[in-house]
Structure formats: structure tokens, C-alpha cells
Design a protein around this ligand. Structure first.
Ligand code: UD2
Ligand code: MN
Length: 583
């Protein structure tokens, strides 16, 4: 029976399915009596059973299965572009509602086949990798809250269509109390039950109340039977060959967690673009404990022998990863005290490393994900869930380093509940310190404790005004003077040992000179480049002197503009308070 490796995706595949079953049955290949009659009879019986089952076809599903060869919209992962102004009034409403409800272009997603084809975006070398002969099987867990039907089902089909049957134990959908739609509590309930009725090894679990993604995933994990758990968001598409590279490192060492290359599915056109194996980014974090991407360090590139070898990553983005079920269990799975969204990814990353495992990125596994610019669903009103989750993880895993995060939330931890159970897990597993993690896993990380000055930079000329970086997403916005709010955030700066003025990964940068119009040039916050130059400052006698020799000055006229001018030791508008770090 182990020879029967068929992708049983959908009962509409009946005829080809039966052929394929017959094709792999042992007695077909061995006309002689290698196999005892009982075994043959049993196999045949099974084939018949399957055939009987498959006759309950799902007609609706069939309709949507575009033949890739006919080139339906979005096939091969291509973009679908809609001129919304040319839509009829009704269609236009659908289009707008789609964006509103999902924060992606549902209208386009609905046009694309649930089983669209994708280009094989793997590197050629990936096809030559020697896989471990004994790969474990996996349960794929897909959680969702008010997901659009087409994106959810496309995720499911991409798993079914592109996973070898013997490696896919089951697909578990967890509906986290979806509540959109007038008729039922779970808006997807009726159609979704019908949708998956015909799919083999796919089932749905439902939470009894909104649990958030962390506890929803836990529900799936408790119910899963596979040796490996693979978590996916509900708007993903697995590309050819995605599964084996995630399982292979686990077969070799059960204490690893493995992430695929998370490819961008455009939120508007649903185009899926592949990353080159040469430009893989790994995960990091800043001291707001927010996940970020950065270039794979030289050292790690050199450590690996082949470009297809897994890459060590300090952290993971969170949504898409594979982990051995028992190892996940030993690690205390996720922290069930975390709410809705956020923090769980760093918590798991830190504990995997600190407790003796490894977090790897598999360069041959590509899975698309629709990245959104905002969150479409409801968040609890009276509690900052991301902060609560993050404080919980800081309390458990960060040791003394948690102070850097706390400085950034103005030491207002809020009510984060009880973490004593989580600390016990850390003790039981004798996990290593966060210092060890930083020194050994993430030595590139900037450590604020090594900074010279920290906190708000307050004007002496106008003592209620602080330097403010405005938004961090728009890196090149000029800094301004803004009423001091005491909430850290955009007014929290550090002077590094190498004399940068840092706000997380952004550095105050002055390009020098005057602009064409004779206006003084502004200071911008720009990605830190560690090459000093325009990002090098001195703080002496309360003055912020740039490498160019100019000093930072607050406009006495409007209390808002900050510019560079000739240094004048008696000018109060060039003087700033900044706290010295005493270690
Ligand atoms: C990223 C991760 C996401 C998670 C999050 C941090 C990727 C690609 N995505 O955010 O998986 O780690 O960071 O927590 O790495 N959901 C629920 N119940 C809720 C809220 C969300 O079931 O109350 C589902 C949602 O339908 C989706 C998944 O959780 O399938 C992740 O949510 P998201 O897509 O809004 O998060 P994302 O991709 O911005
Ligand atoms: Mn997502």
C-alpha cells in the first residue's frame, strides 16, 4: 500500500484517479504471484471502495477547475488586472466590498481558478537535492477568521495538488468564529462544509468564540495526527515541490523548525512572484520586538555548502512553518495566554533556539502569501493585544534585555496576566539565556545597552519640544520638532557606540550643504548603513554636531522645523537634553 502515492484531491478526479490506483497496485506490475491473494484482494477491494466514494462528485468544484492549458485568468501565477472604472454599478460594488472586507482584491481572487497553475519557481538545483529517505508525514493546519472563500479554498487546493499523498496526513481547517454574513454565525459554514465534502482528508474544526490566531492554531495542533505540523495562513498558495524541503531538515533533526520562502502574492493582482535563491532574507527583530527581514549575513552564506542548503534564521515571520509535533509539544506549543495576533512568532523563534533547536529557512520551498497593508478584521477595543503578547514573551525569554523593549513602551507593561507556567517550561527544558541567543544566533543585532545616550532629545530653547522622526515607514521624511509626548516611539533615539543617532533601524542622516533654493537642508531618518559618513554625530556640551561640522537647530520661529546650521555655543535652539546611559 505504501506504493500508492496518489494525489486524491477531489472526487471529480474519478476516472483518472481510478486509473492511477490500478496503475500502482502491486499485482499489476507482478503478473506472477509475488503477492499473496489476500493482499491482492484487499488492494482491489480498497480500489473499489475508493471508486464508490469518488462517485459522489462535487459538481460545483468541477466548474471552477479551469484547465491551465486554456489559460484562465491568473494561470501560471500571472497578474489579473481590472479596470474598476469600466465595471457596471453592481460589479463595482462587489469590487469595492471585496477590498473593504478583506484588505485585498477579492474580486480578482474570485475570478481566478481555485486550482490555478503556478510557474515552477524553484532553482534548478532544487530538483537534484537528495532527500532523506524517510520523510515524516505532515498535518497542514490552516486557520482563518472571515477569510474570503476563494483565497481559503485556493490555499487548500494548492496543498492537495502539490503534496505527495504519502506525506500529507491531513488538512485541518480551523474556523476562528467567522461572523460575517447575515444568516449564520459562521459565514463560511454552509458553503465551506459543502466545498470540502468531496475532499479527502480535509476537515474543519470550529472555535466556540473568537480565540485569535494563537489559540486557533493550538486547537488544530491538539487535533492533528501527522508527525509534523505545518501551519499556513488562509490566503496562501503552495508552489511545486514546497513540501519535501520543509520535511527534510526535520527528518534529520526533529528539533528544527523550518520556514519556506514566503513569496508575495500581490494584494491587488494576485500575481505570485518568486524570490531568487541568491537573495534570501532571514528574520530579525527590532527592540519594539517587531519582526523584520534582513540580508543573510556573509558568515551564514559561507557556512553552507550548497545554495540549496537550509539557512539559519534568528526569527520567523510566523504564518508559515513546519515543526515536529512532539518537539512543538515539548516546547509548550504556543502561549495560550496570547490574544488575537502578534508576538507568537518571536516567542516560538526564541524558544526554538534557546531550548536547543534551530530555525531554518528552506531555499527550495516556495509558498505564496497575500501580504496586506491593513488588517481587515475586528480587534478588541479595550486592550492592546500586541503589547500584551509581546510583554508576555519578553518576560519569559528576554532576561535583562526586556528592559530595551520596556523603555520603548515607556515602561507601561499593562496587565499581561500570569506567565509562571511559561517560565516553568523554560526551566524544565534548561533553555539557554537570551544573551547566548544574541551572541550566537544574532550577533548582527544592535544592542541598545551598548549605546551612549538614549531616550527623547528635548530642546533647551523650547523645553516642551522633542526631536520626532515622524513615521518610520517613510524613511526619508525630515525629522521635526514636536511636543514631547513621553511615549517613546518616534521620539526615542539612541546614540550607538559608532556615533549614529538611531531610531530602531533608521539613523539620522544629513546629506550636508544647502539645497538649490538656499533653504537649509533637512535631517532625515534613513536606513542605517554602518558606514558613518552622513550618519555620524557627536553630542558635546548639549549640542548635536554632525560630521559635516554643522549643528542641529530647532526653528525659533515655528518650533517645528529642524535644520543644520553653523554651530553657535550660546544658541539655546542648538542645545538639546539627552540622557546618558550609565551601565
Ligand atoms: C503575520 C503572519 C501571521 C502571524 C502574524 C503575527 C505571515 C505570512 N503571516 O501576519 O501568520 O504570525 O504575523 O501574529 O508570516 N486569524 C484568526 N483569528 C484572528 C486573527 C487572524 O484565525 O483573530 C487568522 C487569519 O485569518 C490568518 C492568520 O490568522 O489566516 C494570520 O492573520 P493575518 O493574515 O491577518 O496576519 P499577517 O499575515 O498580517
Ligand atoms: Mn496573512
Amino acid at each position: 500500500k505504501d506504493d500508492i502515492q496518489i494525489n486524491v484531491v477531489d472526487k471529480t478526479d474519478v476516472p483518472s484517479l481510478v486509473d492511477r490506483i490500478i496503475g500502482v497496485l502491486p499485482f499489476k506490475h507482478n503478473a506472477d504471484n509475488d503477492h499473496p491473494p489476500e493482499e491482492r484482494a484487499k488492494a482491489l477491494e480498497q480500489a473499489r471502495e475508493m471508486k464508490a466514494q469518488v462517485q459522489v462528485a462535487a459538481p460545483e468544484a468541477k466548474k471552477e477547475h479551469n484547465d491551465p492549458k486554456t489559460g484562465g485568468p491568473g494561470e501560471m501565477g500571472n497578474a489579473v488586472r481590472i479596470d474598476k472604472d469600466k465595471l457596471s454599478k453592481e460589479e463595482r460594488k462587489k469590487y469595492d466590498d471585496g477590498w473593504k472586507n478583506n484588505a485585498f482584491n477579492q474580486y480578482v481572487s474570485d475570478m481566478i481558478s481555485l486550482r490555478r497553475s503556478l510557474a515552477d519557481i524553484r532553482d534548478q538545483e532544487c530538483k537534484k537535492v537528495d532527500l532523506h529517505p524517510n520523510l515524516p508525514d505532515a498535518s497542514v493546519i490552516i486557520i482563518f477568521h472571515n477569510e474570503a472563500r476563494s483565497t481559503l479554498l485556493r490555499t487548500v487546493y494548492s496543498v492537495l495538488d502539490r503534496s505527495p499523498a504519502h506525506l500529507l496526513k491531513e488538512v485541518i481547517l480551523v474556523d476562528d468564529f467567522s461572523d460575517k454574513g447575515a444568516l449564520s454565525v459562521n459565514h463560511l459554514k454552509k458553503p465551506l462544509d459543502d466545498d470540502i465534502k468531496s475532499l479527502i482528508n480535509v476537515r474543519i474544526l470550529r472555535t466556540g468564540k473568537r480565540e485569535g490566531l494563537i489559540r486557533a492554531r493550538l486547537k488544530g495542533a491538539y487535533d492533528a495526527k501527522g508527525k509534523v505540523l505545518i501551519f499556513l495562513d488562509s490566503h496562501c498558495e503552495c508552489a511545486e515541490g514546497w513540501l519535501e524541503p520543509l520535511l527534510d531538515p526535520i527528518a534529520r533533526n526533529p528539533k528544527v523548525a523550518v520556514v519556506p520562502l514566503i513569496e508575495i502574492i500581490d494584494d491587488s493582482t494576485f500575481q505570485l512572484t518568486g524570490t531568487s535563491i541568491q537573495n534570501i532574507q532571514v528574520g530579525g527583530f527590532d527592540w519594539n520586538l517587531i519582526f523584520n527581514w534582513h540580508v543573510t549575513p556573509e558568515k551564514e552564506m559561507k557556512r553552507r555548502q550548497k545554495k540549496t542548503d537550509p539557512i539559519r534564521s534568528p526569527t520567523m515571520a510566523g504564518g508559515l512553518f513546519a515543526i515536529d509535533r512532539e518537539w512543538f509539544d515539548q516546547l509548550g506549543m504556543y502561549d495560550p495566554g496570547m490574544e488575537i495576533w502578534g508576538g507568537e512568532n518571536l516567542e516560538l523563534s526564541f524558544k526554538v533556539w534557546q531550548c536547543g533547536g534551530e530555525l531554518l529557512c528552506a531555499p527550495c520551498s516556495h509558498v505564496g502569501h497575500v501580504f496586506r497593508k491593513r488588517s481587515p478584521y475586528e480587534w478588541p477595543k479595550n486592550i492592546n493585544v500586541v503589547k500584551k503578547n509581546t510583554v508576555r514573551l519578553a518576560e519569559v525569554w528576554l532576561d535583562d534585555y526586556k528592559k530595551y523593549y520596556y523603555e520603548r513602551i515607556a515602561n507601561d507593561l499593562g496587565d499581561f496576566g500570569d506567565v509562571s507556567d511559561r517560565l516553568k517550561i523554560r526551566e524544565r527544558l534548561k533553555c539557554k539565556s537570551f544573551k547566548w541567543f544574541l551572541e550566537n544566533v544574532y550577533p548582527e543585532q544592535f544592542v541598545p545597552g551598548e549605546s551612549l545616550y538614549f531616550g527623547e532629545i528635548r530642546s533647551r530653547g523650547k523645553t516642551n519640544i522633542c526631536v520626532d522622526s515622524q513615521e518610520i515607514d517613510d524613511g526619508d521624511k525630515p525629522i521635526i520638532g514636536y511636543p514631547c509626548h513621553g511615549q517613546a516611539g518616534n521620539q526615542y533615539f539612541l546614540m550607538s557606540k559608532t556615533f549614529e543617532i538611531r531610531r530602531e533601524d533608521k539613523c539620522l542622516d544629513y546629506a550636508g550643504g544647502q539645497s538649490g533654493l538656499g533653504q537649509p537642508k533637512k535631517v532625515v531618518s534613513f536606513s542605517c548603513h554602518s558606514m558613518q559618513g552622513n550618519q555620524m554625530w557627536a553630542y558635546e556640551n548639549d549640542m548635536l554636531r554632525h560630521a559635516s561640522g554643522f549643528c542641529m537647530e530647532l526653528s525659533s520661529k515655528n518650533d517645528k522645523d529642524v535644520y543644520m546650521s553653523n554651530c553657535e555655543p550660546n544658541n539655546q535652539y542648538q542645545k538639546w537634553f539627552w540622557k546618558k546611559r550609565i551601565n
